[in-house]
Design a binder for this molecule. Structure first.
Ligand code: SAH
Length: 246
């Protein structure tokens, strides 16, 4: 559903109303710790539930033939009254500024995100239509505006120049689990999958780009599923301390 009010005025953009076609269910219950781009952690799985009136099996007919899809979504937890023309991307150490339109930062004039994610399955169960996803960088509850198949011949440009983000960020930390964390993980249903997910997330070093010496040895928490993942970094090594219940 799209309608515009008043058209395009001198010096003023068109106002547009959009309706979410779906909502994402993901392990990520807060922004901190989410991979900074889709595909960085293929093990990060989620589910996109189509919302009425878009939960029609016909609306996704043929989508199962695609391995990846584009999602356009709202950064619903990054909505601000005022916009800033520049941002400080973590890739530049959090100090240098670039134009907001030269970045993939969540804080933008229109808080719209774009992620290419794996499509593992199209699940139709009566009124419920959902897509199983992998490689998500999306907060739980993210509203999705549109879904489109990823078309390699048009969308993949391996020769493209990529400014300040020429390659994936390095996996710079090794990850270890305390005995307590190992026991807690083993007691859960998908222990091995969870261990791999946590390892992949922490290897990327999710700590804020600018941090002082106190970042060494400090305990961080990441809300995943129904627990707070407690971990710290010392000398290039991330140690998972425990999975504290929320
Ligand atoms: N692939 C997208 C998103 C890149 S920014 C794009 O390029 O547009 C990724 C970051 O957005 C994540 O690390 C997470 O912190 C943040 N994020 C994800 N979902 C969000 C949401 N619904 N609201 C606010 N921030 C979100």
């Amino acid at each position: 559903m799209l309608h515009s009010r008043g058209g395009l005025h001198r010096g003023r953009g068109m106002e547009i109303t959009l309706r979410a076609v779906g909502i994402v269910h993901s392990p990520f219950k807060e922004k901190f710790g989410i991979p900074r781009q889709s595909g960085l952690v293929p093990e990060a799985c989620g589910r996109l539930e189509l919302l009425p009136p878009y939960n029609r099996p016909e609306a996704v007919a043929g989508l199962e033939g695609y391995s990846h899809i584009w999602l356009q979504f709202v950064f619903h937890q990054a909505i601000r009254e005022r916009w800033q023309p520049t941002v400080r991307p973590p890739r530049l150490g959090g100090n240098a500024r670039v134009g907001v339109f030269a970045s993939r930062a969540p804080y933008r004039p229109n808080p719209i995100g774009l992620s290419v994610v794996g499509l593992e399955a199209v699940v139709v169960d009566g009124e419920r239509v959902s897509l199983s996803l992998s490689g998500v960088d999306l907060l739980d509850g993210t509203p999705v505006l549109d879904i489109k198949p990823y078309v390699a011949y048009a969308d993949s440009l391996p020769q493209a120049r990529c400014g300040f983000a020429p390659a994936a960020p390095p996996r710079c930390l090794t990850v270890h689990f305390s005995e307590r964390a190992q026991e807690q993980i083993a007691r859960r249903g998908d222990g091995e999958g969870l261990r791999v997910l946590i390892t992949r997330l922490l290897e990327l070093d999710p700590r804020p780009a600018y941090r002082g010496d106190e970042a060494q040895g400090r305990t961080y928490g990441i809300r995943l599923y129904d627990f707070d993942l407690r971990w710290r970094v010392t000398a290039g090594r991330a140690e998972v301390l425990e999975l504290a219940p929320l």
